[in-house]
Design a protein. Structure first.
Length: 628
């Protein structure tokens, strides 16, 4: 043992009572709570980890001050990063020196602390300081504070440097992840001749009231965080889990009010699976339902359509948004049974937008049959910073196949963030652009309607449907808005018929003659009567084919809108053409694209907003939709 220094001078009155100091010298363990007396035992390595406020830093500092005061000791206080001395334990040590009444023996300098007996405290950051650390000679004790941030590389540099006979490595830390190098090195697989202790606030008889309040608060609001911060448990990977707290497994019946089905497909083969999901959205309660899943390794593309249909019955009737990195596979599916297969949008940030969108749901309910989705939801996580253990804003590329499929399925809705309009703008467009009308159309038809409301206008919309062998798509080709009494003139009706005929010719419509549908209301009857009169008066110049809708129509616009919304937003097979988007009309002193302003501005129950074009639109979509 090194020679003892001069007897300690009298402490300043009031700092520490003389008798207390005597006791302290008799029993070193009196300076630290019982849980920390192991610091006075003999061991190469002394490690203490655990929750906040456990008295670790104070106890280590006190034990070191005592040791430095007792005999000549060279102490290195290290941490991973130390850009200034204020980040070190320099201040803590100075305080403890004062509190323990050793102020006269210690010389607290700006960057070191020296003791009369030749003891010395040095303060260094390990990171990017390798050569300096290696050159340090004669260290008796290194105290690594905030050990959770120490890299394996730093440990490998540091430990061989501490080579003096009897030298010790002390380490304090608050654990982050069990995979952190410090945790693995000292807790998971501790060295022999190491004392490793876990302490919490319970081990600190001086645990301050302020911290106790914080502790109780966290305990009441966030159990996971509580266990990490105060109980000193490792953060589980769950803290980085992307869908944490969002998903639930419950049986459910699909409600006709929900939007959907939305389908998404992620291609894989041997290492990654091919994965496909069917989703529904309950918009009112903001719940996402995962109804069906398909997940399989090694499926050949020619077997995929049948397997998809088996797993997700009816998928071949719907749009399926697919991973856009495999255009040849999408094209294959589209030609072999999954006619609605198309590329999902990807954009810079689409993964994180998709995650934000998934997390924006109140909850995500998984049908109990969706076991693989559950597996992914439980494991899909953010990358974790290797130094701090904090989740990074980038997901790991694992456990993400069905979740990616869900992002694809919802891509048109995601682009429309925030989730607001009743009809999705992106759903009505193709990659943000108006749709091209196919050169040959199966049917071109017009919808001429008004609303029951006083002051309503008459709205005319021309739709086109492609032939059955092309992907099912209803396109809004053109529109017009006029005063009802203008619409109910032979002249205007003839011009409407002419327009319809031109569009039919332009797209070489197969169905001839074309029809203009009207509702069986007073306006519709008047239009029908006018057409009939005109026909009798001008047998060679008829107003063609004004036809009353004889389908069972839901009574109100809001009801029709609710029914067709799924087709518009969800399956996204209704599109606006460039002509319909670009058309600006001056009506009642307002020049705009009345069609888009009405459709995108539509809100159920908004009684004051103009809705004629919305009515023609939802009625036209309703008519084109196969509800069998
Ligand atoms: N021996 C002591 N005498 C008086 N008060 C003490 C003593 N030890 C600890 N305390 C009080 O408890 C508080 C928490 O102690 P300390 O900072 O050492 O805990 P810790 O385990 O290092 O916490 P963290 O994990 O937050 O760094 C101190 O700020 C101090 O107020
Ligand atoms: Mg501490």
């Amino acid at each position: 043992m090194a020679k003892r220094s001069e007897p300690a001078p009298q402490p300043k009155p009031g700092v520490l009572h003389r008798r207390m100091l005597d006791t302290l010298k008799r029993s070193r363990s009196a300076v630290v709570p019982p849980a920390y007396t192991f610091l006075f035992d003999q061991a190469r390595t002394k490690v203490c980890y655990g929750g906040r406020g456990a008295g670790r830093s104070w106890s280590f500092a006190r034990a070191l001050v005592l040791r430095a005061q007792e005999r000549k000791t060279r102490i290195l206080c290290a941490r991973e990063f130390q850009s200034s001395i204020t980040e070190s334990v320099h201040r803590l040590l100075a305080d403890q020196i004062e509190l323990l009444g050793f102020a006269n023996e210690f010389d607290v300098q700006a960057y070191t602390i020296l003791v009369r007996n030749g003891s010395e405290f040095l303060f260094e950051g390990l990171h990017a300081n390798v050569s300096k650390i290696k050159s340090l000679e004669g260290i008796d004790i290194v105290w690594v504070e905030e050990g959770e941030a120490i890299t394996e590389h730093s440990w490998q540099t540091l430990t061989p440097t501490i080579r003096k006979t009897g030298s010790e490595i002390w380490c304090t830390f608050n654990p982050h992840l069990a995979s952190d190098p410090t945790y693995k090195r000292f807790v998971t697989a501790p060295l022999t001749n190491a004392i490793v202790r876990k302490t919490t606030f319970r081990d600190n008889p001086f645990f301050p009231k302020e911290l106790e309040d914080e502790r109780l608060y966290l305990q009441s609001v966030d159990d996971d965080a509580y266990r990490w911060i105060w109980e000193g448990e490792c953060r589980t990977i769950a803290d980085a889990l992307i869908l944490k707290g969002k998903f639930f497994v419950e049986p459910f019946e699909i409600d006709s009010a929900w939007s959907g089905p939305h389908h998404g497909l992620d291609f894989g083969f041997s290492k990654d699976p091919s994965a496909c999901v069917q989703l529904y959205i309950d918009d009112v309660n903001r719940v996402l339902y995962v109804a069906r899943e398909y997940w399989a390794l090694g499926t050949d593309i020619d077997a995929l359509p049948a397997q998809l249909e088996t797993a997700i019955a009816g998928i071949s009737q719907h749009v399926v948004f697919c991973d856009n990195s495999r255009p040849e596979s999408i094209s294959y599916l589209a030609r072999h049974g999954i006619a609605g297969a198309r590329a999902a949008d990807k954009w810079s940030g689409s993964v994180n937008d998709g995650i934000a969108f998934l997390r924006s749901f109140q909850k995500i309910v998984l049908h109990p049959t969706c076991k693989k989705f559950l597996d992914e939801a439980r494991n899909y996580c953010f990358k974790v910073d290797r130094l701090t253990g904090s989740p990074l804003p980038e997901p790991e590329d694992r456990f993400n196949h069905l979740i990616d499929s869900a992002r694809y399925a919802l891509s048109s809705l995601i682009r429309n963030l925030p989730f607001s309009g009743f009809f999705s703008r992106s759903g009505l467009l193709v990659k943000g652009q108006p749709a091209e009308v196919p050169a040959c159309s199966h049917v071109v038809y017009g919808m001429l309607t008004t609303t029951e409301r006083a002051g309503s206008a008459a709205a005319f919309i021309v739709f086109s449907l492609p032939p059955p062998d092309l992907p099912r798509q209803l396109i809004v080709c053109d529109w017009e808005i006029v005063e009802p009494d203008v619409a109910l003139t032979a002249e205007w009706m003839q011009s409407a018929c002419k327009r319809l005929r031109e569009i039919a010719q332009q797209y070489r419509a197969l169905d001839d003659p074309q029809r203009i549908y009207v509702e069986p209301d007073s306006f519709g009857y008047a239009a029908g009567a006018l057409a009939a009169d005109h026909h009798y008066a001008n047998p060679r110049d008829p107003i063609m084919h004004i036809q009353l809708i004889d389908d069972e129509l839901p009574a109100t616009i809001d009801q029709r809108a609710a029914i067709v919304r799924t087709d518009v937003n969800g399956t996204a097979w209704v599109k606006l053409s460039r002509a319909a988007m670009d058309r600006q009309v001056t009506f009642r002193n307002t020049t705009t694209c009345h069609l888009t302003s009405q459709i995108f501005g539509y809100k159920p129950d908004a009684r004051d907003a103009p809705q004629e074009l919305v009515n023609a639109f939802v009625t036209g979509v309703f008519m084109a939709t196969d509800r069998s």
